[in-house]
Design a protein around this ligand. Structure first.
Ligand code: AMP
Length: 432
């Protein structure tokens, strides 16, 4: 007997009515981004593996453990196979596109947003999937376009606060930190490496390796036994130079002026190597262990790290799946939207006329469900009651007279309506 096929572990199908919520979130995000003058970018879902190795960082969990990578052999025999990877995040792809299309030469700030699936081989749990969706944006450009300004950081954070508010997400917290410039981080890495020497033998295997290769990543460790040791390590705030301190102070001053609340979190270093200066997360208590709704930060050296010109930038990625979970928890039992009308043809010879009537109503902008003439009237009523607010009965008499019977389920009221008036009546009843 053949085994039943199922969606692969860590992936899932999104079905109606839940997809309506996904679409509403997407529409709100597009509307907010448009008001801040962002345009959409769509990059491929797979890229050359070295983009992520160089862009995200070899020592990050993402690159060292979580990528879906394969050797692409479908090339000429003379060529070496190319290593390809399903994108685990989208910033590296956007910056690659920025370099490839010489967007820096416009001299303008590029404000780009994306919405799409990302892939990481993580242990699946609530709010953590192997295929998940992100809504993200990047502000990137040559320094002459103002891309290094702390105002850009503050504007992005203010936009995120606006987006979460417009989505109706309540109770979020903005966690904010600065990881300093590349030089500050190098200094901090040295300080950390030294501080780890006496304690690292008591830490997990991953931390022992990271202490050598990339001590900053020790701060990402989630092993509970390691947390008390991590608490005692020096903080990055003590390693920031004057410029980084000034930049951060200007970000927080602009947030204060705009009335965006935040919480300073000196441990927030984020799990990707490319961040410099401002880093942030928006968290939500309703999400449980995976409480980060979104994360982001500044990446002033990323373009150069992958072979491009100097192009400082700042961006974020929102976990789309987690926005949906948060809103579902808030709205508890969101009522599925019902169709405006269900058309019930009486007898199979009424099917064609029913399709014509449905076409009329749908063209008027109404959501219409179409029954089938093979159904008995009782079955039509039951089906209609589940999917629509009203049933419209179409038999030979109705077709000939042009007067239709309409029943409203919520009130039980049944009326005769002239066919020419039907669309208007249904539109009015739906507040349209
Ligand atoms: P990151 O790219 O790791 O900074 O993640 C940005 C956001 O994407 C996180 O705050 C999460 O909301 C979301 N995210 C990251 N990994 C996953 C995953 N495996 N499943 C669902 N959402 C995720």
């Amino acid at each position: 007997m053949s085994q039943t096929l199922k969606a692969v572990r860590g992936t899932r199908d999104l079905l109606p009515p839940e997809t309506a919520l996904w679409n509403r979130i997407e529409a709100t995000a597009r509307s907010v981004f448009a008001r801040y003058n962002f345009g959409e970018i769509r990059t491929p879902i797979f890229e050359d593996t070295s983009l992520f190795a160089r862009g995200v960082g070899e020592e990050t969990d993402i690159v060292s453990k979580e990528m879906y990578t394969w050797e692409d052999r479908a090339r000429a025999q003379s060529e070496k196979p190319q290593s390809l990877t399903l994108r685990p995040e989208n910033t590296a792809g956007v910056v690659r596109a920025y370099i490839e299309h010489k967007l820096g030469e416009t001299g303008q700030l590029q404000k780009l947003y994306y919405i799409g699936p990302q892939f990481r081989r993580e242990r699946p749990q609530k709010g953590r999937y192997r295929q998940f969706w992100q809504i993200g944006a990047e502000v990137i450009g040559p320094p002459s376009a103002g891309s290094e300004s702390p105002l850009r950081d503050a504007e992005v954070l203010e936009m995120l606060a606006t987006l979460l508010d417009e989505l109706g997400i309540t109770g979020w917290t903005l966690e904010l930190n600065s990881v300093g410039s590349a030089a500050d981080r190098a200094r901090y890495n040295d300080v950390l490496r030294a501080a780890l020497i006496p304690v690292v033998s008591h830490m997990c295997q991953d931390c022992q390796r990271r202490a050598e290769t990339n001590p900053l990543r020790v701060l990402d460790c989630k092993v509970p036994e390691d947390q008390p040791i991590i608490e005692t390590l020096p903080k990055i705030a003590d390693c920031l130079d004057e410029d980084s301190k000034k930049h951060f102070a200007q970000v927080t001053a602009a947030l204060d002026a705009a009335g965006v609340p935040y919480h300073l979190n000196p441990r927030l270093v984020r799990g990707l190597d490319y961040y410099t200066r401002t880093t942030f997360e928006f968290t939500h208590g309703g999400l449980g262990a995976q409480n980060a709704l979104l994360g982001g930060g500044r990446y002033d050296g990323l373009s150069e790290a992958i072979g491009g010109p100097k192009a400082p930038g700042i961006g974020f990625a929102i976990g789309f799946d987690r926005l949906v979970l948060t809103l579902q928890a808030q709205q508890s039992e969101q009522a599925a939207e019902k169709a405006a009308a269900y058309i019930a043809p009486l007898g199979e010879n009424m099917n064609a006329a029913a399709l014509a009537l449905a076409r009329e109503l749908r063209r008027a902008g109404l959501t219409v469900e179409l029954g089938d003439g093979s159904f008995r009237l009782k079955k039509s009523f039951e089906a209609a009651d589940k999917t629509a607010r009203r049933i419209v009965i179409l038999g030979e008499d109705e077709l000939a007279s042009g007067v239709l019977t309409v029943k409203t389920f919520s009130t039980g009221e049944q009326t005769k309506v002239d066919r020419t008036e039907l669309a208007k009546l249904l539109l009015a009843a739906n507040g349209m």
